[in-house]
Structures are given as C-alpha cells and as structure tokens.
Design a protein around this ligand. Structure first.
Ligand SMILES: [Zn+2]
Length: 455
C-alpha cells in the first residue's frame, strides 16, 4: 500500500464521550496522517487536484471506517492462561503466580500480538515480565508487526513463594536498562513505560525510585489500583500515614497525567477526587473483574467525575484479548449496576464505543494523535464489514433498511453487539495496512474520476 490514499464511505467516530457521529464522506491519508476529511463528495479536492493519481478505496454500503481500538491493560506474559484460571474466586489480590512464569516466550508473544492486531487493537499498553531480555523480545515483535504500543518491564522486589522478584538495585538498574534499550530503537510507535506490578509487590524505596525514573524519562507509569477491596487493608496497614489508597501512590509522586491505573473497582470517594485532581487514567477491565470475582466497576460514577477512562482486555484474568468484547462486557457490567440501582445509569453503546477508542487514547495521553478520525491525527483505523463472509451477522432481505435514517448507525450497533474479528477486515496503524481481509474496491484514481461515496 502506498502512503497516500483516499477512503470513501461511512465514517464512524467519537469526538468526545457524549458525541458520536457517523457520516458519509472521505478521508485522505498521506504519510500516515489524515490530511483531509469531508462529507458527501470531494469535488473541491478534485478541482484542486489534491486526489489526482492517488489510490482510492471505496467502501461498500455495509462497511464503515472507524478508529482503531485501544487496549489500556493487556498482559503479555500471562496470555496463555490455563482454563482452570477462568471463573476463579480470588480471595487475594495476588492471583497464583504460576500462570505467569512458564509462558513468556517469543512464540507466546507472537500469538498474542497477532491476535490483538487481528482483533483491531491498534494501540496497547503491555505488561512484559520481570526480565529485560524476555520483555525486549516482545518489544521487537511489536516493532516488526507495527502495532502502536507502550511496554513495561514488570517490577517486583517483595519476597514471594515463587521467587519472582529482584532486589531493589537490580530492579532499578534493569528498569533503566530496559527503557534505554527501547528508546535506542528509535521507533516512533513503541515506547517504554514503568510498570510496578501491585502496590504491595514493590516496597516504598522501589516505588520512589520508579517514580523518579518515570519522571526522569518523562514516560508513562502503569500499575493496579483496588481490583480487590482487600488490597486497601494491607496497603493502609503498612502505610498509616495514608488516609486512603490513592494517597499511597501520591506520596511517591506517582499520580500524574502520565499515570494509568488498572481495574479501580473499589475506589472510595477520596480516591476518585485525588485521581481526578491528578488527571490519572483508568483502565476498566470488565471481563477480568467479573471472571476473577473482583467486583463491578462503577464506570458511570468515574465518568461523572470526569476521570479519563479506557478499556482493558487484561488478557489474563479476562477470557478475550478483544476490545470489541470488552465493549460488550463494559455495557453488561454497567447494566448490572443499573439493575441493582436505577440511579446507576448504564453506559450506552455510543459511550462504550468512545471508551474503546478515544477514551483509551486519552488515558494514554495519545488523543492528539489517535482515537478518532480527525484531520491532523495519525491514521489508526479499522474497516468494518458487517456482512463479512465468515462473520456472525447474517444477511436477511429485511435485516437493515437502507432507506432508514439510522441505517449507518445500525451498522455500528450491529458490529458492537454481534460482530467479531471476521468483521474487522482491514486494520491500519499510522497508515500502514497491518491486516487485510477486505472486499473493498481499490482503484488508481485520476483527477477526473468520480469520488463520491457509493450509494
Ligand atoms: Zn491485570
């Protein structure tokens, strides 16, 4: 695929939590960036010869373009979990660690990254493992497969029965070593971040050291917060100077706009206020929270407090690495809370679409680059085909009324409620085609060619 092309058809995007739009129009992509976007036709551009001679992709009536998914919390090394891990009632915030150790091989990572790309995840923030060399294998794969990614070497320095920790000096040295190695690659899509596993897996000295490293390199910081209510008891017992859980992170200077905290199921009001004040992002992982009996994250409450919220597949505690699946699970969890109390208004499909795209980009401080289809942003996008041949959505003569005012919206709804990876027929990252199963019309255009969308 050359680096300049025009895609014509239905364009679906969020511009904020409350604003979803789908229009018939076009985007022009040049050198990985959206340079033009318009509605209905591109006559003016044709007159200006802007689209002369560039590749033209026309979507069919039952296809649409949307931003790529953002996964705010997948684990690389825990990906191939055994079936027994599912539906476990975890009584501690520490799931059994044997699920992490034997699996961090390059073939495991390859399977996972390929799957995420196939499922339309164009950006992900990966936990690696305790080891620099193994985590670098994941980095090299991400570079090779052109996925936009943040990746962290997991940090632990408190003793555990699996002997899965390092002393503080090695952890700090290894973390710097890892960051330097990733930065030395000079890849604009793959960036390092700092990743202490849990609050209790790193002692105060390590937390302070890691916060300094994140600040020194101006990189993101990613950890967990309150997936289980019992986490608070241990942390607050060990840190009596903290009135509430988030204060523990805050005393080390960890809570900044570059901090992403996963799960956040059992936040208290003071936690929420502090996280909002510090502009911290939350990775909501509905599948893992349910499967591991952690609880129902009150996403509506977090959104009402203007916290930045995106979705995480988890990839370990959950049973899917698909953000499309996470969108459905997020709606389910939210609906369950509404059923318990009607004041907990459930999130709509449009809000869930936002959480899986632009919301995630905001959590990772990437909203200026990706997350929506807007001029000036990099082209991370998906072509969705509702009637993809192997897909789960059947074609019926009366299934979609093409003349209905909400026809285009109904395409997106069908995908969110009933689609799967078969419906994701093209995946672009920064203008590069990284998955292509599409049945679209591609022509080499001239300035005189028709450039109105197919009706
Ligand atoms: Zn997790």
């Amino acid at each position: 695929m050359d680096r300049k092309f025009i895609i014509i058809g239905a364009l679906a995007t969020s511009t904020n939590l409350n604003k979803f739009q789908i229009t018939r129009g076009f985007v022009i992509v040049q050198k990985g960036q959206i340079t033009h976007k318009g509605e209905s036709d591109c006559t003016m551009l044709k007159e200006q010869s802007v689209i002369a001679g560039i590749r033209r992709i026309e979507l069919l009536d039952h296809q649409f373009l949307m931003p790529g998914f953002v996964d705010c919390h997948p684990h690389g090394s825990q990906y191939p979990k055994p079936p027994s891990y599912q539906n476990k009632k975890v009584k501690t915030y520490r799931p059994k660690r044997q699920y992490e150790y034997p699996f961090y091989t390059s073939s495991t990572y390859a399977k996972m990254v390929h799957k995420l790309v196939r499922y339309g995840t164009t950006t992900a923030i990966y936990y690696g493992s305790l080891h620099v060399d193994k985590t670098m294998e994941l980095v090299r794969l991400l570079v090779q497969l052109r996925q936009r990614a943040f990746i962290g070497k997991v940090n632990e320095n408190t003793e555990n029965r699996h002997n899965y920790f390092n002393d503080i000096h090695k952890e700090l040295d290894d973390t710097k070593d890892f960051i330097e190695k990733v930065l030395a690659l000079g890849n604009d899509l793959v960036q390092p971040f700092v990743a202490p596993r849990f609050a209790v897996s790193s002692d105060s000295e390590l937390m302070a050291g890691l916060a300094n490293i994140a600040s020194q390199y101006n990189i993101n910081f990613h950890s967990y917060i309150l997936q289980y209510a019992c986490e608070a008891r241990e942390v607050l017992r060990s840190h009596p100077d903290c009135q509430h859980y988030a204060a523990f992170f805050d005393k080390f200077g960890i809570l900044t706009s570059k901090c992403v905290l996963a799960h956040a199921v059992h936040l208290k009001d003071p936690d929420i206020e502090l996280l909002k004040l510090r502009e911290v992002g939350i990775a909501h992982c509905p599948a893992a929270n349910t499967r591991l009996h952690a609880g129902l994250c009150p996403v509506r409450k977090l959104l009402d407090h203007n916290l930045k919220v995106g979705l995480g597949s988890d990839g370990c505690g959950g049973n899917s690495v698909s953000i499309l699946d996470a969108i459905r699970r997020a709606m389910d969890v939210s609906t369950h809370l509404e059923l318990q109390n009607s004041e907990n208004r459930g999130i709509s499909w449009k809000e869930a679409f936002y959480l899986g795209t632009l919301g995630g980009a905001r959590v990772l401080n990437l909203a200026h680059k990706v997350g929506s289809l807007e001029v000036g942003k990099e082209f991370d996008a998906l072509v969705i085909d509702i009637y993809a041949p192997e897909g789960p959505i059947d074609v019926y003569n009366n299934s979609l009324d093409r003349n209905a005012a909400n026809y285009d919206e109904s395409l997106v709804q069908r995908f969110l409620y009933s689609g799967n990876d078969c419906n994701i027929t093209q995946v672009y990252v920064k203008g590069h085609l990284v998955k292509d199963d599409a049945k679209v019309i591609i022509t080499e255009s001239t300035s005189d060619d028709r450039c109105t969308p197919r009706q």
